[in-house]
Ligand binder design. Structure first.
Ligand code: HEC
Length: 122
């Protein structure tokens, strides 16, 4: 879905996390800094649902617009991202099969699970 949206719009769209489940969801340096900033801002009292960051990033003479929006853990998310010992056995076994290096469990409602990240060359 994200891939199709990227192809239609020229925007690159994906999800990343500091504790990724999908092996492809590792943040790059800009994304990591933004995720760490979101965690700091949430700890200082900002609502995770409002956390976002947009910036024009220059690399030599190439410029791109980058944007991230935090994805807070809601009730429905804990079925698959909650504490490992609280997941249903069938969820645990699917996750172990599909994502043996999964780091995406142990979350409580209100924490920041990761972020949507989009970028476009200018
Ligand atoms: C039915 C199980 C399930 C539920 C419910 C679920 N997720 Fe996930 N989530 C996954 C799986 C499997 C992946 C890895 C595959 C992928 O990237 O989609 C994943 C990946 C992610 C990622 C990408 C980063 C990473 O760790 O790989 C984010 C961010 C994320 N989920 C956030 C959420 C949020 C927020 C909710 C609730 C609104 C949620 N998920 C609900 C199963 C689930």
């Amino acid at each position: 879905m994200a891939k199709a949206a990227s192809e239609q719009t020229g925007w690159g769209i994906r999800r990343v996390s500091l504790q990724n489940r999908n092996p492809k969801a590792v943040p790059d340096a800009w994304e990591r800094a933004a995720l760490e900033e979101f965690d700091r801002r949430a700890a200082a009292g900002e609502s995770p649902a409002t956390l976002e960051k947009g910036e024009i990033v220059a690399d030599g003479d190439r410029k791109e617009y980058r944007y991230m929006k935090a994805l807070p853990v809601q009730q429905i998310c804990v079925a698959c991202h909650g504490p490992a010992d609280k997941l249903k056995p069938e969820v645990t076994s699917r996750l172990q099969t599909l994502y043996p290096a999964d780091k995406g469990t142990g979350y409580a409602i209100g924490q920041i699970r990761g972020a949507m990240t989009i970028r476009k060359a200018l």
